[in-house]
Write a protein that binds this ligand. Structure first.
Ligand code: C5P
Length: 223
């Protein structure tokens, strides 16, 4: 009988990459296995929360006791998240593509005989976290992730404010850490007034520790 500190709470988690089509055979995407987001969804469910996981294309299994909505692109991910509101907790782990091509070709783009590559015109994708963090149906606790290769804490603090998040889990994804697709993660939990460096641990352990912090927050603050 594991304790269920988050019983009665609703949580939304985004995970995996998004995939933005260029034409019927090509796409732009981000490195993301979904391992960290899926582990967080599983840990929230284990703590008793009712969890909706909105996942981009991944090749790992669905977590247990979690409702999964599969999406491909950022616009669909945003729609799925908006539909899932209201919630008490939202954790944005997905590596959302920042841009998409502004008009997808309906036929495969052919190579130009002169060898000139096509010029893709891109438009910005919606920032799903910022929309929720600054939105009317904002969950009581909003957590974002920040993958950075330098000035990790500064960039994360800037993101907190801009995106309306309570916490940012910042990870240093510079090459030597092998975060993408790997099983371990070295993160810092950053809030407006705190900055906690966690030792290198498995993505499951990061998930468990984060959910422990979430449970504590709901214990001490009546939200
Ligand atoms: O700005 P950046 O992409 O570094 O921010 C990362 C955080 O914002 C992550 O929590 C990610 O899931 C979220 N995000 C989002 N929608 C975007 C871009 C990022 O939800 N379009």
């Amino acid at each position: 009988n594991t304790p269920k500190p988050l019983a009665g709470k609703r949580a939304i988690v985004t995970s995996g990459p998004t995939r933005e089509d260029i034409d019927p055979v090509r796409y732009i995407s981000n490195h993301s296995s979904g391992k960290q987001g899926h582990a967080i969804a599983a840990a929230l469910a284990q703590a008793g929360a009712e969890v909706l996981l909105v996942s981009g294309p991944v090749s790992i299994p669905d977590p247990h006791d979690v409702t999964v909505v599969n999406v491909i692109c950022a616009v669909d991910m945003q729609q799925a998240v908006d539909r899932a509101l209201p919630a008490d907790i939202a954790v944005f782990v997905a590596a959302v593509a920042d841009w998409r091509v502004d008009s997808q070709a309906s036929e495969k783009i052919k190579k130009d005989k002169s060898g000139k590559p096509p010029a893709l015109s891109m438009i910005e994708n919606p920032d799903i976290l910022a929309g929720v963090g600054n939105g009317k149906k904002r969950p009581a606790l909003v957590v974002g992730f920040a993958a950075e290769t330098e000035n990790v804490v500064d960039h994360a603090r800037a993101k907190l404010a801009k995106k309306g998040a309570d916490w940012i889990v910042a990870n240093d994804v510079s090459e030597e850490n092998n975060v993408f697709g790997g099983d371990a993660n070295t993160v810092r939990l950053i809030s407006a007034h705190d900055d906690e460096a966690w030792p290198k641990m498995s993505k499951e352990d990061v998930a468990a520790k984060l959910v422990e912090r979430i449970a504590q927050r709901f214990e001490t603050v009546s939200v």
